[in-house]
Design a protein around this ligand. Structure first.
Ligand code: PLP
Length: 802
């Protein structure tokens, strides 16, 4: 470890030198961006020895390679400074230099290599495994453009490219010498020479996958893990057949951009190329190293686990088979045994339409050898199933990997792995009992639950300085390493001194968000009002629309009666969400929210009571200001639809009260805090499933019998909104009246009641503050430190390197 960060004086000197020698300018003329680059560079050099050392220690140990198409990392500078234990030195030095550390931290671009919850989960996992000294490394794609930047123009979402790599990415190290050539297209020739199978991939279009390694700094333990990002480049193996230009254009696209779509598949071939590129390159790199070290792959399953985050990296399974059988000459059964003992799979969805499937007609030509191997896996599995259930049994059909012209990735992932986990108890139960019932019966020991979490180091320690002070004075500082210690806060829940401090903490965080929103969007919020926040991807099942309709209803009520106005406590409704660019309905909901905002914010009769704001470009960096500022956390998905949710946990840890349905991890939040400290409403998962099954739901009846619903739905199209054409929201109205798949109208009444309860409760300060404190106190379970310990105990079985 370098001594640069030893104290403020030493650091100042090194820092000034670094700026001057990098940019050949006087320090006084340097920009905060240049200062940021210098700081990042010094820190990277500072941790280099520990990175090297970590690799050395773990080289003969069992390790996990966590494959995820998404890592929503956000900015890394603050996290790295804090985890490396040098934040205070830097802060002091900057104070002395009259520099604002916050401003310099904000010069780092937000690494948006993901869409939402799934990608942020992977990022939180990385922080926790490093803190726990577990040898776990990430694999992903080095997308040149991350998740799009969102602007709101005339109330509509407009997408702009996210050029996060435009300058330099200070943390990464390019490892050209470890590049892997990955073949696409071409055809396969099989021959048997001396009794051995020989496989030749002819006329393949090779693409070179080049790894860029990013250090993941463990909290205060000198452990540095690696996140490996693969970039697509031209391969030397490519034989120019006259199509060079086209070849370059197509290959550049592979690591060009992240699909801004978290459920359905678009640009299918390109997406499949992305999946195979990083799955194949990642696995080949590990196996090469393993072979070099141990001289054999026979012990691979003792040393390596390939953990796949959702089905996107499932091609790891046939790729492992390909290497073991084609390249190593192993017998199929031996190779299959190794493969299945190496792979573990996390399922993230219950929406059947979101389970990944690939048309064989696209899959086969693009990946000819991987396809024949998949076919063979399927053929053998089918024989096994038929022996067990009979030729025409429904189990055979439901569990097949290839059927109806499609490759079913989840089925391949289940068959080819030793562990399948869901991400919250309710989600796992639904998987086992409904969605994947045949598999769960067939492999009773394979399915398990691992409830998601969040890293409290980013979401509390880094984002909420006031709560950190309160915790220090109540439960000490050990919670940073062990969040079960937060429980100790419970005994202060009714303590008036701590309540006062909690109130001041919230006000400070609400003020910070108020300032940011005013600065960026010119909307003025009252920091003393209730901060009611719904931030997450825009999706019908998450029901931002129900929230919006409730605001319309509330506005109607407040307008109709001065008595109601008197009893109502001012409430700010804050939304943040990106909609997939082709998800037209979701984009309409954004327009609706902005149209409501325009109307209610400009009505002098209500605008002291009711404010609505849709924040632009919700991302990880924004979330760091939003999460601590909430009084009310909106978690209102249709029960059974949200696998877990993790936004709910970030809010809870920062003392927000959840208003939510019994869905995903809300169920576990409710169990932990008890019904007095959460506001639950709506149908349960069982009631929703039964209602769907009966098929008897008539949304039009809700409209006819509930005048509040009738009024609000009519207002969508009757000229109530004066600045949009009358048919602007026709589609929303029709959708609700005709189908209402996500039961917005069905749950409306109980949501209105829950909202009214929240507004009233908030006015009882001691009760509300007690609830708020209890939420933090009970949130320790939702640290990814706990989640990762469970993965390790039940799935990975690693020994800690420290
Ligand atoms: C945590 C997080 C999410 C996930 O939020 P949910 O409410 O669980 O859907 C999405 N995006 C960002 C930027 C996050 O930080």
């Amino acid at each position: 470890m370098s001594t640069v960060f030893k104290d403020a004086i030493t650091f100042k000197k090194a820092f000034i030198e670094q700026v001057e020698k990098t940019y050949a300018i006087d320090f006084k003329d340097s920009s905060s961006y240049q200062q940021y680059v210098a700081l990042g560079t010094l820190l990277k050099e500072h941790i280099a020895d520990d990175w090297k050392e970590t690799k050395k220690i773990e080289s003969d140990k069992r390790q996990v390679y966590y494959f995820s198409m998404e890592f929503l990392m956000g900015r890394m500078i603050t996290n790295n400074l804090m985890n490396a234990g040098v934040y205070d030195v830097v802060k002091q030095a900057f104070n002395e230099l009259n520099l604002d550390i916050n401003e310099i931290e904000h010069k780092e671009t937000d690494a948006g290599l993901g869409n939402g919850g799934l990608g942020r989960l992977a990022a939180c996992f990385m922080d926790s495994v490093a803190a726990l000294a577990l040898p776990v490394h990430g694999n992903c794609i080095r997308y040149r453009y991350g998740f799009f930047k969102q602007k709101i123009e005339n109330g509509y979402q407009v997408e702009y490219p996210d050029r996060w790599l435009k300058d330099i990415h200070v943390w990464e190290v390019r490892r050209d010498e470890e590049a892997i050539d990955v073949p696409f297209y071409g055809h396969i020739e099989l021959s048997v020479i001396d009794g051995k199978l020989n496989v030749f991939h002819r006329n393949a279009e090779y693409v070179k996958a080049v790894p860029y390694d990013v250090p993941i700094v463990g909290y205060n333990n000198q452990v540095i893990n690696t996140l490996r990002l693969w970039s697509a480049e031209p391969s030397d193996l490519y034989q120019n057949q006259g199509g060079t230009f086209d070849y370059h254009k197509k290959l550049r696209q592979i690591s060009e951009m992240l699909y801004p779509n978290d459920d359905t598949d678009e640009g299918k071939i390109l997406r499949l190329k992305q999946q195979y590129l990083f799955s194949s390159a990642g696995v080949n790199a590990v196996l090469k190293k393993h072979k070099k070290q141990f001289g054999t792959l026979d012990n691979l399953a003792e040393k390596a686990v390939f953990h796949i985050n959702d089905t996107h990296p499932t091609l790891i399974i046939p790729e492992l088979m390909r290497i073991l059988v084609d390249e190593e000459g192993m017998e199929w059964d031996h190779a299959w045994d190794i493969t299945r003992r190496c792979v573990a799979y996390t399922n993230h969805t219950i929406l059947a339409e979101a389970l990944e499937k690939w048309p064989i007609r696209l899959f086969q030509p693009l990946l000819p050898r991987i396809y024949t191997i998949t076919e063979e896996i399927n053929r053998r599995f089918e024989i096994e199933l038929k022996q067990r259930f009979g030729d025409y049994a429904k189990e055979v059909e439901s569990m097949q990997i290839l059927k109806n012209g499609m490759v079913h990735m989840a089925n391949l992932a289940i068959v080819g792995s030793f562990s399948v986990n869901g991400v919250a108890q309710l989600h796992t139960d639904i998987l086992k009992e409904i969605e994947m019932r045949d598999f769960a019966d067939y492999y009773p020991n394979k399915f398990n639950n691992k409830t998601n979490g969040i890293t409290h180091r980013r979401w509390v320690l880094q984002s909420n300085p006031e709560i950190v002070e309160i915790l220090k004075d109540t439960v000490g500082n050990e919670w940073i390493k062990d969040t079960s210690k937060l429980e100790g806060l419970a005994k202060f829940a009714n303590d008036p001194v701590i309540q006062k401090r909690y109130e001041a903490m919230k006000l400070a965080r609400k003020q910070a968000l108020t300032d940011k929103i005013f600065k960026e969007q010119g909307v003025k919020l009252n920091p003393h009002a209730i901060f009611d926040i719904q931030v997450k991807r825009l999706h019908e099942y998450k029901r931002q629309l129900m929230n919006a309709l409730h605001i319309m209803h509330l506005y109607n009520e407040l307008k109709s009666n001065p008595e109601i106005r008197k009893q109502f406590y001012p409430q700010n409704f804050i939304f943040g969400a990106k909609a997939a660019p082709t998800y037209w309905f979701a984009k309409k909901v954004i327009k609706l929210i902005n149209t409501i905002a325009e109307k209610v914010n400009n009505d002098p009769e209500t605008n002291e009571l009711l404010k609505v704001v849709f924040v632009e470009d919700y991302n990880v960096t924004y979330a760091e200001t939003i999460m601590p500022a909430a009084d009310l956390s909106e978690q209102i998905s249709t029960a059974s639809k949200e696998a877990s949710g993790t936004g709910n946990m970030k809010f809870m840890m920062n003392g927000a009260i959840t208003i939510g349905t019994l869905d995903g991890a809300n169920v576990e939040i409710a169990e932990l805090v008890g019904e007095d400290n959460i506001i639950i409403f709506g149908l349960t998962a069982k009631e929703v499933t039964d209602l769907y099954q009966k098929g008897s739901y008539q949304p039009y009846e809700m409209y006819e019998k509930d005048p509040r619903i009738k009024r609000v739905l009519d207002q969508l199209t009757n000229g109530f909104f004066t600045n949009v054409p009358r048919n602007e929201f026709e589609e929303i109205r029709r959708n609700l009246l005709d189908r209402d798949v996500y039961l917005v109208l069905k749950d409306f009444d109980s949501y209105v009641a829950a909202q009214a309860k929240a507004n009233k409760l908030y006015q009882n300060r001691p009760t509300w503050l007690k609830m708020s404190i209890m939420n933090t106190a009970k949130s320790g379970f939702f640290s990814t430190d706990r989640t990762m310990e469970e993965y390790n105990k039940d799935i990975w079985h690693l020994t800690k390197i420290k």
